[in-house]
Design a protein around this ligand. Sequence first.
Ligand code: MG
Length: 469
Amino acid sequence: MITGEPVPVLRKPGDAVIGGTMNTNSVLTFRAVRIGKDTLLAQIIRMVEEAQGSKPPVQKVADRVVSRFIPAVLAVAILSSLAWYFMLADIYDIADPLLFSLTVLISILVVACPCALGLATPTAVTVGIGRGAELGILIKNGEVLEKAAGATTVLFDKTGTLTVGRPMVTDVIAIGTDEKQLLAIAGSVEKNSKHPLAETIVIKAKSAGAALSETEGFDTFPGLGVSARLDGKEVLVGNRQFLLDRGISADDGALRNLEEAGKTAVLVAHGGRFAGIIAIADEVRPTSAAALEEFRRMGLETVMVTGDNAVTANAVGKRLGIANIKAGTLPGDKAAEVARLQKEGNTVIFIGDGINDAPALSRADVGIALGTGTDVAMDSGDIVLVKGDLLDAAAAIQLSRKVMGRIKMNVFWAFAYNMALIPIAAGALFPLWGISFRPEFAGLAMALSSVTVISLSLMMKGYMPPAKK
Ligand SMILES: [Mg+2]
């Protein structure tokens, strides 16, 4: 729960354990030293709540515009009608100055009615959120779109976000035997174990068609490996130290290569001889590289923040072209890193899947949770990617930019009618051509501007983000 890693952390007698995490294959006797609000899970929940309360409100584009527009229009309407009543009616010889000045007043107020402006944002946001849902991107509220569109930096969790989050066998290096035989030997022993790495070896052995036999005298050595006898010969499956302790040395070159690639090497010895290595890694998701490419194309800074160790983190970072990596982070560190970047003036998106990502997801300007992840993460995020595909995260940002662009276009069109018609309603054309603007035409113009804005918003229904093409 705390590292977000699928492989369990070794605990020895006397070590601290964390409530809510899993005990894989031993019996535990433990003493509760912190309970209730002091537990780590309660602290994570508190961090999430604090972060949610500290989010600055978004000033909406349309609100900003309206706050200046309305007083200005009222002033223009009143001044124009007064000007006509007291001065201009006399100059231009108008029979009924009161009727004319009232017509001017009403026409300006009608033509300036910001109803299209009021529609500019909600219609675009509604269509945008609907389009997102069709694409498997659940956007929880409209404000997120505005923040996502202006994002500068994207932080990624590694395990379960950039990677699949499930260890799998990647390499089988058999020495003095063949691959299938090696998997059969290791699988026969490991099928007695509940360790997640053991399970991946058994799955691989079965899928490779290796026949698993019964073993005798199975034994577990915590933090080292397992042993058993297969057809009278002793089989050892474990780490380098496990084999060395029993006087068996491994192929160091191959081992180093695997470790540099961020893989976990499981060594196998059979009948006192080194028989090979089975490498296990949490593979990068098939679409991660393309998604990272898409983020860079959009001009976003990419950072990896992981609870895993630096070697594995660097190996994954290298494959995906992420240079900026923070490894070995605790849940609080992830949130602190988000806060630090925000302080430097960045608008931060955090993408994660685990309970350990929850504080950072809430702290970020936009938290994007993977639908394949934990419920706590999905609850803390502003956007949920149903399919857990990072290309959808890129698509979410592209959709946000599209919606924001459309809101601005809507505001322009809502204003274009107002701006063009207010002077005419004020009687600006009357002195030259005798044209005045009747309130019913002002009403028609306003209806047209609303239709324009709604049509522009609806046209986004068919929008396909470049990341999804
Ligand atoms: Mg994770």
